[in-house]
Write a protein that binds this ligand. Structure first.
Ligand SMILES: *Cc1c(COP(=O)(O)O)cnc(C)c1O
Length: 385
């Protein structure tokens, strides 16, 4: 028997409450019964995003939300600034180029966060920049970019801050309105603990103003239509009925386990414990200075072939972690602690890494990684807490 554990940064495990809710027979989407569910999911999403504005729920993966962010706010020939520090930063540039935008990039060394001063310098050099495109958490390099500092730069310019929050929304406390984010996007299969197929997106008042002038073509992803439909507790086209039902169930799970503050505290705790465990094993972190609370990148010893290592963990040990992308392929692993993850997922991940390292000929003292994590994680269970 091989029991499987999913410790990759998406898709992530789905809690039983959501699985059971989604197993209910499909109901028709143009009914008062579904509208009630839809309205409740929309309200939960506003809380999740930290916004008073509408959060549109689209039947697509997160990338569709990224595309919608651009087509709803920009016109061909507009200049945008892309923070390019990983695979998903590259994706922003590719989408922008596809739509004929003029792309300036700030190339950030993989594993490090963007320097806000470099963004400020680029905005000063190109005052016609209409948007800064960034990942809050660059999942491919396990880095957290300084979104609040970037918001301070765009706030008073005719320039939007467009944030891919696909592994930060529901992970780190970054309320959209208070932070000054103009467009925020996430997807269902990361922190929202659901199967893939749902994108959530919200626009600030400033971004809606840009949308009035934006000339890029859009049809399915026309957010003006979705905003209007949301006012009637429905969507412009057939919504992803099961996923919306599941999203509602997830909001109940969050509410019943301490709400959003505990959600963010848990991610922070699991990330800290994972990093402590990795360091205690004698391995190096990929992003020691600005680590993402969603997933932890770890350099493998040079003698270890990362491709074979992750395959061994997955197919022999039953533990799925992510490898590296681009030039990090084969050199790192990424241990996720996002969504439906808790203490013992961290312990499993760390001990599996130790066992796999030993199998690959690395000198390992068993238990050091999990022990370091346990020191951080045990406290929450104290009877005196
Ligand atoms: C997973 C991920 C995406 C891609 O989302 P899809 O749902 O696969 O389209 C984009 N950005 C980040 C930061 C991600 O982690």
């Amino acid at each position: 028997m091989l029991k499987r554990y999913l410790l990759a940064p998406g898709p992530t495990p789905v809690p039983a409450q959501a699985l059971l809710a989604m197993a209910e027979p499909i109901i028709h989407h143009r009914t008062p019964q579904f509208s009630e569910i839809f309205a409740s999911a929309a309200a939960g999403s506003r809380k999740l995003f930290g916004t008073d504005g509408p959060v549109m729920m689209l039947a697509s993966t997160g990338t569709g939300g990224m595309e919608a962010a651009i087509t709803n706010t920009m016109s061909a020939g507009d200049r945008v600034l892309v923070v390019n520090g990983g695979k998903f930063g590259e994706r922003w540039a590719e989408i922008a180029e596809t739509y004929g935008l003029v792309v300036s990039t700030i190339d950030v060394e993989w594993g490090t966060a963007v320097d806000p001063a470099a963004v400020a310098a680029s905005l000063d050099e190109h005052p016609d920049t209409r948007a800064v495109l960034v990942q809050a958490s660059e999942t491919s390099t396990t880095v957290l970019h300084p979104v609040p500092q970037l918001a301070a730069l765009t706030r008073d310019r005719e320039c939007l801050l467009i944030v891919d929050g696909i592994t930060s929304v529901g992970v780190a406390d970054m309320p959209m309105d208070a932070t000054g984010i103009d467009v925020l996007v996430t997807g269902s299969q990361k922190a929202m603990m659901l199967p893939p197929g749902l994108a959530l997106i919200s626009l600030s008042a400033k971004a809606w103003r840009f949308s009035d002038q934006a000339k890029l073509p859009r049809y399915y992803f026309d957010l003006r239509k979705e905003r209007k439909s949301l006012e009637d507790d429905t969507s412009a086209y057939t919504p992803a009925v099961s996923l919306i039902v599941g999203l509602n169930a997830v909001y109940r799970v969050i509410e019943n386990s301490g709400g959003f503050p505990e959600l963010y505290a848990r991610h922070k705790r699991l990330a800290e414990a994972t990093r402590a465990g990795v360091v205690a094993m004698g391995l190096k972190l990929l992003a020691p200075d600005s680590p993402s609370p969603a997933t932890t990148g770890v350099w493998l010893p040079e003698s270890v072939d990362g491709g074979k290592f992750t395959k061994h963990m997955r197919d022999v040990m039953g533990v799925t972690v992510a490898g590296g992308q681009g030039h990090l392929k084969g050199k790192i692993i990424r241990l996720a602690h996002i969504g439906y993850a808790d203490t013992f997922d961290v312990i499993i991940g760390l001990s599996a890494v130790e066992m796999a390292l030993a199998e690959f000929g690395h000198d390992v003292e068993f238990g050091k990684g999990p022990a370091a994590a346990q020191k951080i994680l045990a406290e929450q269970y104290s009877r005196n807490a």
